[in-house]
Design a protein around this ligand. Sequence first.
Ligand code: GLY
Ligand code: MN
Ligand code: MN
Length: 483
Amino acid sequence: MYIVVGLINKNLKQNLKTQKIMFSKETYKARREQLRKDVGHGLIIIQGNHEASCNYPDNTYWFRQDSTFLYFFGLKREDLVGVLDCDSGKDYLFANDYDIDDIIWTGPLPSVKELAASVGVENSGDLGALQTLCTKTIGEARKIHYLPPYRADNTRQMSVLLGLKYDAVCRYASMELIKACVKQRSIKSQEEISEIEKAIATAYNMHVGAMKMAMPGRYEYELAGFMEGEAWKGNGPVSFPVIMTIHGETLHNHGHNNKLIEGRMLVMDAGCETAMNYCSDITRSVPVGGHFNDRQRAIYEIVLAANMEAIRVTRPGITYQEVHTAASRILAEGYKGLGILKGSVDDIVANGAHSLLMPHGLGHMMGLDVHDMENYGQINVGYDDETRPSDQFGLGSLRCGRRLQPGFVITDEPGCYFIPALIDKWHAEGTNKDFINFDELEKWKDFGGIRIEDDVLVTDNGCRVLGKPIPKTVAEIEATMNA
Ligand code: GLY
Ligand code: MN
Ligand code: MN
């Protein structure tokens, strides 16, 4: 479907081709029908996003539609609200139509009724009609389901629609709706997987191009800028601010001011969105200049082995906590070999001593959000009644720990980070001192960090790393950088 521009072109009697930016209306109708069935009763309100001002009202951030709204309604116009009535089976789309004062600036745009029809929604109205429907539903004592808003303007809108205090809005969000959305969105369809693979194809260009640029004298911002450009060449923004740093020990380092110097590892964690907003999230770590030195190779091979171990064991039925632990054992074994850790691998992992060098989890769900559905509350997405988050340092940061099912798309992103402040703290406190050679560790405090990240689909009997393989072994990276 070639929605927004397609409709304009019809109005203008032109015949321009545009890129496909939505699935067919049947996809959205089927998703909504399933949601109504799973929630079972009451009215479901799904808010789209609004424009957000950056530094003055009319200078807005790049508009990003809400992912739940995209999933069930597919439309990217701002200020839309979708409603599903589980009792009557009716779906609605609400927004105020544009008037001529808007159209002067935006060009002709479809009406709310036309937008609704394009995704198989039969009922539409303005925001006054939405208020009337909400007030009527409250009067009937029927339940109104909504998701916890993550933006102030949507919290305010919900507070007005339902007559709730602003601070109470999140508290009354519907757990039934959250669970139904998680159930559906966790399992990616074939058409969603194709979109994700498109996002990874663009990430391939981002990463391979940046690898070749990672030479001494360049600045991080040149490579980060190149990646942003490649993302837009794939017709989407980056899926989160590019991490491009010779200080990879800072996990989400968003500064890009450093000059690349020989001897540093460069951590590049970046992905993009497709025109339909499906994401990629890839990390590659490369030696500035294109040749791993002995220390870099030693750490890199350990992290790579952990990444590969996760791929080896990921399959339906295993929990991602177990996959995290399997990868952790490889890390622990590797650090023992270097003399950084000591004791048995079982004891190291049971006590979380290896987490000093990887204080984050192995991965997270990915889809329409790079951390998929995180706005529903991480525990509702990554855990369930059976699998609860650990309270151990490191493992406790695992965003998804639950039992895997075919159709899950999850990241596999082990890393190794020598964080001087954390090393000093554990040393001073004696944390896990039976398993850590702090004297040996001193020699690594200037190393920086390494992370390797792939996007993985859980299949019927194992898993598949999605997309065209991006250089990952020492030999592949050196060959790419020196080609
Ligand atoms: N890009 C952030 C992450 O890997 O989770
Ligand atoms: Mn990442
Ligand atoms: Mn990630």
